[in-house]
Every structure is written in structure tokens, then in C-alpha cells.
Write a protein that binds this ligand. Structure first.
Ligand SMILES: NC(=O)c1ccc[n+]([C@@H]2O[C@H](COP(=O)([O-])OP(=O)(O)OC[C@H]3O[C@@H](n4cnc5c(N)ncnc54)[C@H](OP(=O)(O)O)[C@@H]3O)[C@@H](O)[C@H]2O)c1
Length: 312
């Protein structure tokens, strides 16, 4: 990893010479269309150069429009930003992968992608319905396709120069191990929930050994309160180093060698979340000793997306 003195500029190399990922990423899981546009513009202006999107978020068009306008206004070259999107569960059949990829590109207004991820390892019934369910409300899974078959179609996108790197999201270590063994093009990135309450140490260790970028989502515990932002250890460190709890959590994530995605929704929060600096070793040790364990998002177990916290 390239870890410069300015933590915000950390860039992590992708395997197969697919360039570098800016470690500090902005996520676009924002249900409101107007807010998606302003938050994306604000993130770009604050300095974020890595943008994570997904077919399933339903706002690729808004993010694309916000980025085009923001790049033009800021005189920023398209090559200076890193863009990811994700293949949804109902498009796992190999013949659906390229059309889904092209549809995402079209909505984003791009002609290539830096990174394309399989959003979850769970295949849903193929089709345009993103949340297919039976009359009892149970998800209709697709038993007619395996993850490696979907992966082969992803590999073909790289072979044909359509995207630079491919990876997986919401995968367990076991799932990653078996895919890794069979993959011709090894995953470049794994995107999973990670924060001090869910450090995913074994998965991170495996990723480091294999030069896979570990990309953490929910680094602030999805902003849930009570939660990480009010954790006494985090708050005490924040007071000691003169930073906010959010800045402490983001710095911890980068300093342990992960990339991250955070979702500030206002300009002030975007500036705050970008304005991070290196924590002293003793602060990192204190955070590593936190004993609380909590998974916030069950998507890794079912493929059903997200969580709308009851407390918000
Ligand atoms: N692969 C997957 O299945 C998956 C799942 C979830 C997320 N993701 C990706 O990861 C991204 C980040 O996830 P996340 O939304 O959970 O990230 P997060 O940064 O942990 O949480 C975001 C929430 O924290 C609050 N927040 C942001 N900055 C703050 C600050 N400085 N101080 C206090 N609160 C702050 C905001 O809530 P308020 O604005 O409401 O206060 C915001 O909604 C998503 O946008 C998406 O791209 C992927």
C-alpha cells in the first residue's frame, strides 16, 4: 500500500496492474434522488475521488449526472476519479452480466469502469424484478447458476477491456476462498461491512496475503446511535487528538490497511469526513482492544440488501 504522510491521499494498488484505488471512498447508498446529487457534488468538492455505486441503489443516473457536472465545474479529469458499480442478484445468469454492466454504464454516462463487483454471492430469480418473492414473502433464489459461472462472465468483461478490475461484495472468508481457488482472474477487491465492532481480522489477513483490497463499508457503523460514534473509547480518543469521532473511525480504518466507503450527506460532513489525519499508535491499539462485536447488516447472510436502522 502507498501510505503517504497525508492519510487522505492513500492509494492502494489493485492486482493485475489495474491501477490504484483511492482508499477514502464515498458511497452513494442514498435513497433520495435530490440528496444523491448534492451529496455527490459535495463529496467531489471536499476531495473524494473514489465513488461507489450499485445498480440496486437505483440512483446511478443521478450520481452520473452529479459527477459529470462536478468534474466540469472543478476542472477535474474523468481519469482522476475511481468509479465502481455492482451487479445485482437478479442478473447472475452469465448471459445477463454484460447487459447489466452496459445498462449501468449507460446510466452512469461512462464508457468504462474502474471496478465492477458482484453485489452479493446470492443469485435471485433472473429478471427485472430486483426483489423477487413468493406469495409468503420469501425471496426466490436462483439455484440454476453458481457464483463461479457468474464470475466467468465478469472475467470476460476484463478480458475485453470493459472494466479494469472485478471483485465481490458481501462475501464471507469461506466463500472467498472457494471462489479464489477457481478464479482465473483473482478478485481485486472485496467490499464488506467492517468497523471496530466487526473488524473481520481473518478476512483482512487473507486479503493482505493475496493482494486483494479490503474495502470496508459502514465504517461509522452506518451512523447508528447508540453506536460507534458514541463509543466511549472512540469519543475519548477524539477529544484527546482534537478530531471528531467520525474522523477517528475513518483514520483507524485506513491505518489498518483497508479502503473505506463513507456516506456524508451534507457539505460540512463531506469536509469533515475527508479531513482525517494519522492517529498515534496507542490510539489504534485502544481501538483494537474494543470488545463489542456487532454486525449491522445481514445482507451477507441472505443477499437481501441493507438495513434501515430503527433508531434513525
Ligand atoms: N455492499 C453492500 O452490501 C453495502 C451495504 C451498505 C453500504 N454499502 C456502501 O457503503 C457506503 C457507506 O456505507 P454507510 O452508509 O453505512 O457508511 P457510514 O459512513 O458508516 O454511515 C453513513 C451514515 O453516517 C452518518 N454520518 C456520516 N458522516 C458523519 C459524521 N461526520 N458524523 C456523524 N455522522 C455521520 C450519516 O447519517 P445521517 O446523515 O443520517 O446523520 C450517514 O447516513 C454506502 O453508501 C454504499 O456505497 C455497501
Amino acid at each position: 500500500m502507498n501510505a503517504p504522510s497525508d492519510l487522505r491521499m492513500t492509494r492502494i494498488p489493485l492486482n493485475h496492474g489495474a491501477g490504484h484505488m483511492p482508499a477514502l471512498g464515498f458511497g452513494t447508498l442514498i435513497p433520495d434522488a435530490a440528496l444523491t446529487i448534492t451529496a455527490t457534488r459535495d463529496a467531489l468538492e471536499a476531495g473524494f475521488r473514489h465513488f461507489d455505486r450499485a445498480e440496486r441503489y437505483g440512483n446511478e443516473r443521478e450520481v452520473g449526472r452529479a459527477l459529470q457536472a462536478g468534474l466540469a465545474a472543478g476542472g477535474i479529469a474523468c481519469e482522476d476519479i475511481f468509479v465502481t458499480t455492482k451487479l445485482w442478484n437478479s442478473n447472475h445468469r452469465p448471459e445477463r452480466v454484460e447487459p447489466a454492466f452496459e445498462a449501468s454504464l449507460d446510466r452512469l454516462g461512462l464508457n468504462y469502469l474502474d471496478l465492477y463487483l458482484i453485489h452479493t454471492p446470492f443469485a435471485f430469480q433472473p429478471g427485472d424484478e430486483q426483489d423477487p418473492r413468493d406469495q409468503n414473502g420469501n425471496i426466490l433464489y436462483d439455484r440454476g447458476v453458481t457464483l463461479i459461472e457468474t464470475w466467468r462472465a465478469m472475467e470476460s468483461l476484463v478480458d475485453r477491456g470493459k472494466c479494469r478490475a472485478i471483485g465481490l461484495s458481501d462475501i464471507t472468508l469461506d466463500g472467498l476462498l472457494s471462489l479464489y481457488e477457481s478464479a482465473r482472474i483473482k478478485p481485486a477487491v472485496v467490499q464488506v461491512e467492517a468497523h471496530p465492532y466487526l473488524p473481520e481480522k481473518e478476512l483482512l489477513e487473507f486479503c493482505k496475503q493475496k493482494n486483494i483490497v479490503f474495502l470496508a463499508f459502514a465504517p461509522l457503523g452506518h451512523g447508528m446511535r447508540p453506536g460507534l460514534l458514541e463509543d466511549p473509547v472512540i469519543s475519548a480518543i477524539a477529544a484527546r487528538v482534537g478530531k471528531t469521532p467520525a474522523q477517528v473511525l475513518l483514520a483507524w480504518a485506513l491505518q489498518r490497511g483497508t479502503a473505506l466507503l463513507t456516506t456524508p450527506r451534507t457539505a460540512a460532513r463531506a469536509r469533515e469526513n475527508f479531513d482525517i489525519s494519522t492517529l498515534p499508535e496507542d490510539a489504534l491499539d485502544e481501538i483494537n482492544r474494543i470488545q463489542t462485536r456487532q454486525r449491522l447488516n445481514e445482507v451477507v447472510k441472505t443477499g437481501v440488501p441493507g438495513f434501515i436502522p430503527q433508531s434513525r
